[in-house]
Write a new protein. Structure first.
Length: 701
């Protein structure tokens, strides 16, 4: 009975056949040693060196050809077996496979440890040394075989073998096979634990055949490097589908395949890789790709920052480690020739049309969308992963309440996909108002609704119908709300955001404007970049502070101010999100900004009927009202904007709460007088009428 008679799984039969052949070599080597050992049964053999043994060593001829074993050549790897694919993927010679198996044996049967200790003449060396491995393969220690253990040799460079105790002479150094390689040869396809949170095996999703075919053809040529310039959020899925079918007998670029199909591609998160860009991790990543006979999908490239020293050359190193392995990178950032020695095939991935987006949602939700659900998701720009996550959140929310998925579930789930990046640069507001809360002229309301419909249908108009072609123009929608303070501009932006099911992000100008040259532009670039990644409405309140007119250049300050305005003009054209600018002084905005606006909504001071409606709306139905309360009088006599009316209503409510009585006319007009003083307006008898005397007798307290 041999050491390896225990029957493994059928798929590894050939591996065990090769190891049994190795076992015969080890047995023959032990017999050879014992035949020349004067005391083979010495229990302390290998722990000391007697004078007689030293003399025999000095008298022995120099090693020239190993042990002289002649047990015949081992059988070649069976086509399609893991051993054959390993040799193919890593470019191993037959002698490399023999050396690999010598190192593998102790991990499969512990008795090899004791035999190796005996053959090493050192019971503490229970793994094969470089010298012993060469001897068992019939190679001299001083011959060319030792170069199979050089740093760039396939066994070592590929991470299939580790050489221990580097301080010792080469022939005395130990050999060890990493646990991951052993597990792979035994049929385990779990990723190396070092890649946890960094990579996973991708699953084919069955996307459109033509783009996948083109990407697959590009990955099968030349350096196998492909860059997907992603404008639609589906690049990662397309790359996975392309690589999932890339293979065949012998594989592409040396990658093996079972039954003509390569293994599932390795999908690598560029953000996680950028956080720990070590050479050792890159080697583990490359080894895993070759073990699984698969290509690699890496992205998004936007997460990489080549200007940082620790990330400089990251892609170049990865391409070198993956030599011959198909690598598809994706992202919205254009390819930089510095990233790799080879230039990739660049393929642009356009945004999906509305029908394709609907298909993504239907696939994620597991059924067709009705008109209400389709209208709810129409404004959102999501990639397929975000759609899948949002659909899962919406389904769980509805299941918790034991009801079907609603439009509100989908909107809330989409908002949950927004990153926190923009929240650090702008104040986030979750809309809590609707169209019924607005009191505006019909023309202004129609302009607000036009803004909402532009957002809902921009995929069809700007994408499918190509109504904004060329010039580097983005797919954003930008509006200007112009009117006096308090006329409802900010509230209207919140209503539009609510209509679209999005959050409102109010830019804090104190975090944008910087006294140092160029810093304001950098701050704005961060805001625009983050805003394009979220489904939200970006609000620049008091926009004339940074979108003001360019002036004649008289000194360096004027020049830099004009550079700032010119940057904003260019950036607004390439913006892909939704932005609202508000201003009290439309005349202060540069005319070039006006040309780039999609919607301009004017917010006039409310007329008498609108003021009456505002008083009713601001006081609300819950506050107790006195019999003498005359809101018609307030609407006729006080020309106040909606913001001022709201402030008066709140002040009057505090007065009523203090007295414990229903809100009366004196309390309300006292609040109006306080608002007049804040605004710097005179308190005239022509406006307050007979109530002015009552106000003088009841001062605000």
């Amino acid at each position: 009975m041999t050491l390896l008679d225990a029957g493994p799984a059928e798929s590894t039969d050939h591996l065990w056949d090769r190891l049994r052949h190795l076992e015969q070599r080890v047995r023959a080597a032990v017999r050879e040693r014992r035949a020349h050992d004067p005391d083979p049964d010495d229990p302390y053999r290998g722990q000391y060196l007697t004078p007689e043994a030293a003399e025999r060593l000095l008298a022995a001829p120099a090693a020239s050809g190993g042990l002289g074993l002649d047990l015949g050549e081992p059988p070649p790897p069976r086509p399609g077996s893991r051993l054959a694919r390993l040799a193919d993927s890593f470019g191993l010679l037959p002698i490399d496979l023999e050396l690999l198996l010598v190192a593998l044996a102790p991990d499969l049967d512990t008795r090899f440890e004791r035999l190796y200790g005996y053959l090493n003449d050192d019971l503490t060396l229970r793994r094969p040394t470089v010298g012993l491995a060469l001897e068992l393969c019939g190679l001299p220690g001083a011959g060319a075989g030792r170069f199979r253990f050089a740093a760039r040799a396939p066994l070592i460079a590929g991470g299939l073998l580790e050489i221990t105790e580097p301080e010792r002479p080469l022939l005395s150094r130990g050999l060890r096979m990493p646990d991951r390689v052993t597990a792979h040869l035994l049929g385990d396809d779990e990723l190396d634990s070092a890649l946890r949170g960094l990579a996973h095996h991708g699953r084919a999703t069955g996307l459109a055949a033509e783009p996948v075919r083109r990407i697959r053809a590009a990955a099968a040529t030349g350096s196998a490097l492909v860059h997907l310039l992603d404008h639609g959020g589906t690049a990662s899925r397309l790359a996975v589908d392309a690589l999932a079918g890339l293979g065949g007998p012998g594989g592409v670029h040396g990658l093996g395949g079972l039954d003509g199909v390569g293994g599932p591609p390795l999908v690598v998160d560029a953000t996680a890789l950028a956080a720990r860009p070590t050479d050792a991790l890159l080697r583990v990543l490359a080894r895993e790709a070759k073990l699984s006979s698969s290509g690699v999908v890496l992205g998004p490239l936007d997460a990489l920052e080549p200007e940082r020293p620790e990330q400089s050359g990251l892609l170049r190193k990865l391409c070198a480690e993956l030599a011959g392995v198909p690598l598809i990178v994706y992202g919205a950032r254009a390819w930089d020739p510095f990233w790799a020695r080879e230039s990739p095939v660049v393929i642009t991935v356009p945004p999906p049309d509305p029908g394709r987006r609907t298909e993504q949602w239907e696939r994620a939700l597991g059924g067709p969308l009705d008109d209400e659900l389709a209208a709810a998701v129409a404004p959102y720009q999501l990639d397929e992963d975000q759609v899948a996550r949002a659909a899962a959140v919406a389904a769980r929310t509805a299941a918790a309440d034991q009801r079907p998925i609603s439009a509100d579930d989908l909107r809330a789930a989409v908002r949950s996909q927004n990153g926190a990046g923009l929240g650090r640069l702008a104040r986030r507001i979750e809309p809590a108002v609707g169209w019924d809360d607005l009191v505006l002229p019909e023309l202004t309301l129609s302009q607000l609704k036009e803004l909402a419909l532009r957002v809902k249908h921009r995929d069809r108009v700007l994408g499918q119908w190509r109504m904004r072609p060329g010039g580097g123009r983005g797919r954003g929608v930008i509006a200007l709300f112009a009117g006096e303070s308090g006329t409802g501009k900010t509230m209207s932006a919140e209503v539009v955001a609510a209509e679209l099911g999005m959050e409102l992000y109010v830019v804090d100008l104190s975090t944008v404007v910087d006294k140092y040259v160029g810093e304001t532009e950098k701050n704005l670039e961060r805001i625009f970049t983050e805003a394009s990644r979220v489904n939200g409405v970006l609000l620049f309140d008091e926009a004339d502070a940074i979108f003001g007119k360019r002036s004649q250049v008289k000194d360096a300050h004027d020049r830099h101010a004009n550079v700032e305005s010119a940057y904003l003009l260019q950036r607004m054209e390439s913006f892909d999100g939704i932005a609202v600018l508000t201003t009290n002084l439309r005349a202060n905005l540069d005319e070039a900004f006006t040309r780039r606006l999609d919607v301009i909504a004017e917010f006039p001071v409310p007329d008498e009927d609108q003021r009456r409606a505002l008083w009713e709306r601001c006081l609300g139905p819950r506050i107790p009202r006195g019999d003498d309360l005359d809101l018609g009088f307030c609407a006729r006599h006080f020309e106040l904007a909606g913001g001022s009316i709201r402030a008066c209503a709140v002040t009057a409510a505090y007065l009523a709460a203090e007295t414990g009585r229903p809100l009366d006319m004196v309390q309300l007009l006292t609040a109006v007088r306080q608002e007049y003083r804040k605004l710097g307006r005179l308190v005239l008898e022509s406006e307050f009428g007979p109530w002015l005397g009552a106000l003088g007798e009841r001062p605000f307290a």
